[in-house]
Design a protein around this ligand. Structure first.
Ligand code: NAD
Length: 498
């Protein structure tokens, strides 16, 4: 395995990725592993432990044992630990980014940004948990009612392969801040960066068993976590199909679930918009992170008078996007995560050629004969019933279509099963707000791509998800609210049987 030839291979790459349970690195109880490959050579470079029901059970037992002490710590104490985790993440930014880039194919410059965001997630939720209060409701002089928030217990966290480390931090930070202990099941295509959590968390003083990591295949390790009666809550980010399946499985134990699922987010571009700014934003919004981004603006709806010109400029830019080795700082689009995913995206490119007009990309760049590379691809004149208009492709592929007026723009924006994000470009602010309100999505940006404010609710409607995380919403999710009613006067009680 050490003969893996991929350029940019980090020097200290582990060849064996193990679970972390109760503070110990461990193999699966039955010794099984699965191969992990990189997206440039598609050759295995490591094996990872393949978790089973037994391993998940050991992890849940460790998390349950650690729960009483961790949940009883003061918020300030836990916040201190979270700050140290953030420091540990930042101190490893280069190594983390190198691991992430090698394993997932994300361009190195973008992987560095993800490492910084991961650190910020810990700092942010440390601040939230210290600042947040609990509600009280006074009913005149009669009654005072107050809310007590308690951590739900052992949280089950299941994450996808796009921006793996950052998305893990997005769940770890609020779960830990809230006082939960947890079991994390990272995505099987990208387990490498998660192998850095044990040293980061140990160094930060997270007690053994508070965080447990079980690697493995979704249908085995993930499913075991979903089915475990000792895990009352599942936070899931991944595909809509898997999300539906998890909600069904969770019903057996009536678990609390949060579902961050797929998207096919529209960009609605009116003729009065700042077109240069919109072009930069559209290109970045759909091709950054290799297009493997849940909030990608993957359907661009353009008002008729500027349709021809904008589509031509978008195609020209897509042709010029630098596709290359993920570890090269000049690379703008790297290699798609896995050969299987690459094949799926190529299938969509083929389907698109039957359904619409290919105006840029559509294949492997000539200078990259191997690896999961695709030149950013633009389809124009895409009809609303086309599969490439309706289905999430999760790669550097964008569908463009014209509209004639605001009503049609909103109709087209809402014409898919998804509702995660939407982007509106116009200089008419009244119209911007109107369209933002009319679009069926959990999040809208006016005159911007996805620039996150961590305090705001994150999530989708329709097939894009259930529930909201972010800011106080995350704390709500990882805690139970109990209302305590206190009578301040004599209650007025009907005197039955008096
Ligand atoms: P996926 O659904 O295949 O896998 C996600 C995770 O679920 C993995 O860890 C996998 O092992 C696990 N899993 C699979 N089957 C399972 C089962 N039966 N029980 C429990 N766990 C199981 O998704 P993916 O291909 O890894 O990720 C891409 C998808 O994630 C895209 O649809 C994308 O839009 C979505 N996504 C959404 C957001 C968001 O915030 N809305 C963010 C990132 C990615």
């Amino acid at each position: 395995m050490s003969t893996n030839p991929t350029p940019g291979r980090p020097a200290d790459l582990p060849t064996r990725i193990r679970h972390w349970i109760g503070g110990e690195l461990t193999d699966s109880a039955d010794g099984r592993t699965f191969p992990v490959s990189d997206p440039v050579s598609n050759a295995p470079y490591a094996t990872a432990a393949a978790g089973t029901t037994d391993d998940v059970d050991r992890a849940v037992t460790a998390a349950r044992a650690a729960f009483p002490a961790w949940s009883k710590l003061g918020n300030r104490e836990r916040a201190r630990v979270l700050y140290r985790i953030a420091d540990g993440v930042e101190a490893r930014e280069e190594r983390l980014a190198a691991f992430e880039t090698f394993d997932s194919g994300l361009p190195i410059t973008q992987a560095r940004g993800q490492a910084r965001r991961a650190a910020e997630n810990f700092r942010y939720f440390a601040d939230v948990i210290v600042a947040i209060g609990e509600e009280a409701f006074r009913a005149g002089d009669q009654q005072i009612n107050y809310v007590v928030r308690t951590p739900v217990g052992v949280a089950g966290l299941i994450t996808p392969w796009n921006t793996p480390f950052m998305l893990e931090s997005w769940k770890l930070a609020p779960a830990l801040a809230s006082g939960c202990t947890l079991v994390l099941k990272p995505a099987e295509w990208t387990p490498l960066s998660a192998s850095l959590w044990p040293e980061i968390l140990d160094e930060a003083g997270v007690p053994s068993g508070v965080v447990n990591i079980v690697h493995g295949i979704g249908e085995e390790a993930g499913q075991a976590l979903v089915d475990h009666p000792g895990v009352p809550l599942i936070s899931f980010t991944g595909s809509t199909d898997t999300g539906r399946h998890i909600v069904r499985s969770s019903a057996a134990h009536l678990k609390t679930t949060s579902m961050e699922l797929g998207g096919k987010s529209p960009v609605v571009l009116f003729a009065d918009a700042d077109l240069d700014a919109a072009l930069d934003s559209v290109v970045f919004g759909v091709f950054s992170l290799n297009g493997e981004r849940c909030t990608a603006g993957s359907r661009v709806l353009v008002e008729r008078p500027i349709y021809e010109e904008f589509t031509r400029r978008l195609a020209e830019r897509a042709e010029r996007v630098k596709v290359g080795l993920p570890s090269d700082p000049a690379t703008e689009v790297g290699a798609l995560v896995h050969a299987e995913h690459y094949a799926r995206v190529l299938d969509y490119v083929e389907i698109g050629q039957q359904e619409a007009k290919l105006v840029a990309g559509g294949g492997r760049p000539a200078h990259l004969p191997e690896g999961n590379y695709l030149q950013p691809t633009v389809f124009a004149d895409v009809p609303r019933d086309a599969r490439i208009f309706q289905e999430e492709i999760f790669g550097p592929v964008v569908a463009v279509a014209p509209f004639d007026d605001e009503t049609e723009a909103v109709e087209l924006a809402n014409a898919t099963e998804y509702g995660l994000a939407a982007y509106v470009w116009t200089s008419d602010l009244k119209r911007g707000h109107r369209v933002a309100h009319a679009v069926e999505s959990g999040m809208v940006w006016i005159n911007s791509h996805n620039v996150r404010d961590l305090r705001t609710p994150f999530g989708g409607v329709k097939s894009s998800g259930l529930g909201r995380e972010g800011g106080a919403h995350s704390i709500d999710f990882y805690t139970e609210s109990k209302i305590v009613h206190v009578m301040l006067d004599q209650p007025h009680t009907p005197r039955f049987g008096a």
